[in-house]
Ligand binder design. Sequence first.
Ligand SMILES: [Zn+2]
Length: 66
Amino acid sequence: MAAAPICIACNIERTLVSIQPTRNRHDVWQYECSTCRSIFRLVTQRASLESDDAAFENPPLRAGSR
Ligand SMILES: [Zn+2]
């Protein structure tokens, strides 16, 4: 999805070395430059696989109309 960031010192694509989950459904993606070994951290919002937004999809119960 997102392209790997470029090391501006070496002008090459960094390599994704680790993804660490943080609070609020965000992840810290660590990219390392294979040439100068510098680390670039990128905080991204995690894709909502467990979408707790759609938790309330119960069909509306009709109260007995008697
Ligand atoms: Zn570099």
